[in-house]
Ligand binder design. Structure first.
Ligand SMILES: *Cc1c(COP(=O)(O)O)cnc(C)c1O
Length: 356
């Protein structure tokens, strides 16, 4: 049976080779005649998985030696709160750029800890662009932003700067090269570009940790997890294992620069199809377009049933847009092959021909 062309926004497509190896490990991991799911997280076989996953992240992102990597639970949603606990001193202030649903949630959670200053927002235009022309107050303890807006299909093309820059990179980490040394902390839920749901990646400059003077509950304290090498409690072993396999795959593919070239080619194909086809229009402003999540709609909604039938018949899955934007969303994470993008753009071209 041919696999579907999977545009799911998350959890999402992973490389076929990863699915295959992961399924074998469920039955017999490393040839030890036990499943990865039934061994101790403190066994040498699993500790090696955790350590390889952490070191692959350091290697792929070229992290400076003072940067550390953890694989925790609670998703990016708990990271919204963890961020504030670890970087917002009592009486301090976090500056936030509001570029969509996930930034708004990050803002809401940070308010549990202290004062939040929303310094820019594109809410008025249904988040169709990345705001520019803002200033960060001089007394802000950190600047938080969401590099890629999974729901609205916008992406920072250049990053803001701040001495304490914090970023939710859930939906575009490992998709393009960037200078990680400019960030105090980065977090990313696994299920958009790295692995299955169940783990969230934290990357941080360990020299900047533990400066808030707060009494932090253990699970929310990155210092506690670091002291235990990401094994403070039972880690999500299978998510970490499959993430490690995907990280290995990224390295085999030639690393992030090679992945970025693939992603650029995919994005060029689909945006060309949207721009040249009179039946479709994009949601995001051109200067803010995401290469991971492409949001678009029909210029005539009455054609939706016909278009939906065409792409479903072509074996495409997960193209329906998020309810807050409507239309369609093509999520094109690292593992989505360019062949799948060609199938979609051919369906769009074919649709224009039959409706002409
Ligand atoms: C999906 C997503 C989240 C939420 O992640 P969970 O792991 O489900 O908590 C947060 N931020 C961004 C940018 C996302 O795409």
């Amino acid at each position: 049976m041919a696999k579907k062309h999977n545009y799911s926004a998350g959890p999402c497509i992973l490389p076929d080779s990863v699915f295959k190896e992961a399924s074998e490990a469920v039955l017999n991991f490393n040839g030890i005649d036990l499943s990865i799911l039934e061994i101790s997280h403190r066994s040498k076989d699993f500790v090696a998985v955790m350590e390889e996953a952490r070191s692959l992240v350091k290697e792929l992102l070229n992290l400076p030696s003072n940067y550390e990597v953890l694989f925790l639970q609670g998703g990016a949603s708990l990271a919204f709160l963890t961020t504030a606990y670890n970087y917002l001193p009592e009486g301090g202030k976090g500056a936030y750029i509001d570029t969509g649903t996930w930034s708004s949630k990050a803002i809401k959670e940070a308010k549990h800890c202290g004062s939040v200053d929303v310094i820019a927002s594109s809410k008025e235009s249904n988040y169709n662009h990345i705001p520019t022309g803002y200033t960060v107050p001089s007394d802000a303890d950190y600047l938080h932003f969401t590099s890629n807006n999974t729901i609205f299909g916008t992406q920072f093309q250049d990053f803001p700067s701040h001495e304490n820059l914090i970023c939710d990179m859930s939906s575009d980490i490992f998709s393009r090269e960037f200078d990680a040394s400019k960030f105090t902390m980065i977090y990313a839920g696994a299920q958009k570009n790295m692995g299955p749901a169940g783990t969230v990646l934290y990357i941080f400059d360990k020299d900047k940790l533990g400066k808030t003077g707060r009494d932090i509950p253990s699970y929310l304290d990155l210092g506690v997890h670091l002291a235990k090498d990401s094994m403070f409690n039972t880690p999500p072993v299978f998510s970490v294992y499959v993430s490690m396999l995907t990280l290995r795959w990224m390295k085999e593919m030639g690393g992030i620069s090679a992945i970025q070239a693939r992603n650029d080619a995919k994005a060029e194909l689909i945006y060309k199809a949207i721009d040249e086809n009179p039946l479709f229009t994009g949601h995001a402003q051109e200067d803010s377009r995401s290469k991971m999540n492409v949001t678009f709609r029909l210029t005539d909604d009455s054609l939706a049933d016909d278009f939906n039938k065409l792409w479903q018949d072509a074996g495409i899955n997960g193209l329906k847009g998020h309810r807050s934007v409507g239309g369609y969303r093509a999520s094109m994470y690292n593992a989505l092959p360019i062949e799948s993008v060609k199938v979609l753009t051919e369906v769009m071209d074919e649709f224009a021909r039959v409706k002409a």
